[in-house]
Ligand binder design. Structure first.
Ligand code: NZQ
Ligand code: ZN
Length: 381
């Protein structure tokens, strides 16, 4: 099979210490800027002060309180501000939730209907207020991609939309802002980036000499960070996580090749119902999904075994190596380890997958609701 793809990543990257100052290269004094952030981590680590001082003399206001797994209900308050104040630039300062939330705000503010229509898939984004991002938590790749995941509290739904209109115009990736991240957030970032790479790589063989080699470089890099977990407060370790997580989901390694994303689709439902962190949901689903789909994925599991973990001819051992990697950074692979999880997992998650059209997922669209149920049951053993 030869490759066919369209690829464009328009986000300018400003990488390294001191790069927050670069945001003004993309702004002018006539802009009406809304700075969007989360629960206050940026106030305790100096990022808010740095952004405020760079924006001195610019016309800006702020919107705070965007939650982890951002709520539609909260984001709509910012949409009302953008509409009333005629905001023409949004600066997201935070992790994936703040950046995703800003994408929703940017698109919904120029839309006449309810922004949830984009998440429901009944409307397509046709325009959006331009966004810039100052990343404070490397994990999702949201800083230079066109996807956003938003949760609706009222209905326990967590859904996504993607649009070329919501790519950030620029992203500042300054690893020195990572020093205040907890072990849990660092581990989540590592696991999320690893699973993003797998969703685009661990499918079926392709003919490109570039895509797989690039994906394997990212996977080996993340595995090295897990093995050197004790050095996680070292600036070089932090810098590497920021590099790897960004490249894992900026769209290139998935271009023109089959993609899976079933782990993410099932994981999103677990977060919606049980509040487990995004990466925590992935770590419980992915290993069991790989076991159930081991026949479909046998060539790529074998390739990953050899090129990432140094394991030959033993695909179960590759899955165990992935699990051990997650355990080594403190992330469990058993759903029952989370106190919020009750005995209604199947009765909650399966109908919700069905309602969201997730009845034939994975790279071959052969993960049915029955298979998702089997995966979830295995994740609880
Ligand atoms: O809200 P604040 O106070 O900023 O605290 C946050 C939050 O509590 C904190 N944090 C962020 N930077 C920090 C920091 N704490 C200390 N120091 C810093 N420098 O970390 C907590 C978690 O932040 P969040 O943004 O929720 O984490 P993450 O970046 O992992 O984003 C997760 C969200 O992104 C979605 C997930 O589903 C989830 O909603 N995803 C987005 C994707 C995309 N747009 O492409 C793809 C992913 O697969 C994922 O689904
Ligand atoms: Zn993810």
């Amino acid at each position: 099979m030869s490759l066919v793809y369209d690829y464009s990543n328009p986000t300018a990257i400003h990488f390294g210490k001191g790069q927050i100052a670069s945001i003004v290269k993309h702004l002018n004094k006539n802009n009406k800027i809304l700075v969007v952030y989360g629960g206050g981590s940026i106030k305790s680590n100096g990022v808010y002060d740095e952004v405020s001082s760079v924006l001195e003399g610019y016309n800006w206001q702020e919107f705070s309180g965007v939650e982890a797994n951002p709520h539609y209900e909260t984001l709509n308050k910012a949409v009302a501000i953008c509409k009333a104040e005629k905001i023409d630039f949004i600066l997201a300062v935070g992790g994936g939730s703040v950046i995703d939330g800003s994408k929703y705000i940017a698109a919904s503010s120029l839309y006449n209907g309810d922004g949830w229509d984009f998440l429901d898939g009944i409307a397509k984004v046709e325009k959006a207020i331009p966004i810039g991002a100052v990343l404070t938590l490397p994990a999702t790749g949201s800083e230079s991609n066109g996807s956003a995941v938003v949760s609706k509290k009222a209905t326990n739904e967590k859904r996504f939309f993607a649009s070329s209109f919501v790519y950030p115009k620029f992203a500042v990736l300054d690893p020195s802002v990572m020093s205040t991240l907890s072990d849990r957030q660092l581990a989540n970032g590592l696991v999320d980036a690893f699973v993003h790479t797998c969703e685009q790589y661990l499918t079926c063989p392709n003919t490109s000499l570039l895509h797989d080699g690039y994906a394997e470089t990212i996977l080996r890099g993340l595995n090295t960070l897990a093995k050197t977990w004790d050095n996680r407060k070292d600036p070089v370790w932090e810098e590497n996580l920021m590099l790897l997580a960004n490249q894992a989901l900026n769209g290139f390694i998935g271009s023109g090749v089959k993609q899976d994303w079933a782990t993410h689709m099932i994981g999103h439902e677990l977060t919606a119902f049980y509040g487990v962190d995004h990466a925590q949901s992935l770590a419980v689903v992915q290993p069991q999904l790989l076991r159930v789909m081991i026949e479909d994925k046998k060539e790529k599991l074998a390739q990953m075994g050899e090129n990432v973990f140094g394991i030959k001819n033993d695909n179960e051992a590759v899955i165990v190596a992935i699990e051990n990697m997650y355990h080594s950074v403190g992330v469990t692979t058993n759903l029952n380890d989370y106190d919020s999880v009750d005995d209604k997992v199947i009765e909650n998650i399966i109908p919700s997958l069905k309602a969201h059209g997730m009845t034939a997922i994975g790279e071959n669209q052969n993960i049915t609701l029955e298979i998702s149920e089997k995966i979830l049951k295995m994740a609880m053993q």
